[in-house]
Ligand binder design. Structure first.
Ligand SMILES: C[S@@+](CC[C@H](N)C(=O)[O-])C[C@H]1O[C@@H](n2cnc3c(N)ncnc32)[C@H](O)[C@@H]1O
Length: 305
């Protein structure tokens, strides 16, 4: 029953909405309780009134019942990436490419100077809905360029160059929560294309990936005494399958390191929820206990040699 309803409800944007829902829930928290604030998120989420009605505390309680630590994982990823973008801009990066942007609102939400071009790429259906919603609430910014793409079928380089990407500007690329959804070939060719495209300049990439342990030893992704890790992973897989966006690609650390080396990138930093727990959740009195830690993805920052 659920797959049918989900397919009718979501037009390829089920997972993009799910992430926006987590940002909406976090945003509902009081200033001293929340880790991020995303005033745009609510506009993209079906059923937003319900989340607003029940409020931050209750929503988080329910989300914890379904899959402990998943909300915090997504919020830590959002905050970590916000910090990276803000720092990169201070460090002189002049272009920002958001691959699989979904309903990410950084282009509008962060204080990004007008001389920095932002390229947002995603599937046609998701981009059309995003633009139609944004057009009603915020003036269209010259600096945000929307590009429709299917990473599994289309060429990134050509799409970017056609849209005005400048191969002489230092650029930051982000792939947040996407590597699981696309084939390994298309992830590899994306890294390769970025490498070829940015040989003359300083390049930084953020991407997240899920370790192959998710299939082989799921307990490795969780804190001590986390309840039923395997069951929780099956639950997420069922949800993304029902949304029509199954997870198909997982990586070992070794595989990632080889891939980076092959494409002239070096690892700068790799973090997961447990590494960011103190930094982001302590200050709002929400430190996550061991039995609620879910390190679903690794957050990776790399730069070219
Ligand atoms: C989990 S969402 C993450 C969205 C966004 N990065 C965020 O964190 O809010 C995954 C995104 O990948 C996009 N996506 C999945 N497969 C894709 C493909 N083959 N080509 C382009 N985008 C794709 C989806 O449309 C969706 O927006």
């Amino acid at each position: 029953m659920f797959p049918k309803i989900f397919k009718q409800l979501f037009k390829k944007d089920g997972t993009a909405q799910a992430i926006a829902m987590h940002r909406l829930v976090e945003t509902l928290g009081k200033k001293n309780k929340r880790v991020i604030y995303d005033s745009f998120a609510s506009n993209f989420v079906y059923g937003r009134s319900l989340f607003k009605f029940f409020g931050h505390k209750f929503d988080i309680w329910i989300l914890k019942k379904i899959i402990p630590g998943l909300h915090e994982h997504i919020i830590a990823r959002t905050k970590y990436l916000d910090d990276i973008i803000e720092q990169s801009i201070l460090n002189g990066f002049k272009q920002y490419v958001i691959l699989a942007a979904g309903y990410d609102s950084r282009a509008n939400r962060l204080n990004i100077p007008n001389d920095i071009n932002i390229f947002e790429l995603d599937q046609s259906e998701v981009q059309k809905r995003k633009r139609s919603i944004l057009d009603k609430i915020v003036p269209r910014s010259q600096k945000i360029i929307y590009i429709e793409i299917d990473f599994n079928k289309e060429n990134l380089t050509q799409k970017l160059l056609d849209a005005g990407f400048d191969a002489n500007k230092n650029t930051i690329f982000t792939l947040e929560g996407i590597s699981q959804y696309i084939t390994k070939d298309s992830f590899k060719s994306t890294l390769n294309e970025i490498n070829q495209l940015t040989k003359q300049t300083k390049t930084k990439i953020f991407f997240s990936y899920t370790d192959i342990a998710i299939n082989e030893s799921p307990q490795d992704l969780f804190g001590k005494n986390y309840p039923h890790p395997g069951k929780k992973i099956n639950r997420i897989k069922k949800i993304v399958d029902a949304l029509g966006e199954p997870w198909i690609s997982f990586y070992s650390r070794n595989e990632i390191e080889k891939l980076l080396l092959k494409n002239d990138f070096k690892l700068v930093e790799i973090k997961k929820l447990e590494d960011l727990n103190d930094k982001y959740f302590k200050s709002v009195n929400r430190v996550i206990g061991e039995k609620n830690i879910f390190n679903l993805e690794n957050f990776v920052v790399v730069q070219n040699f």
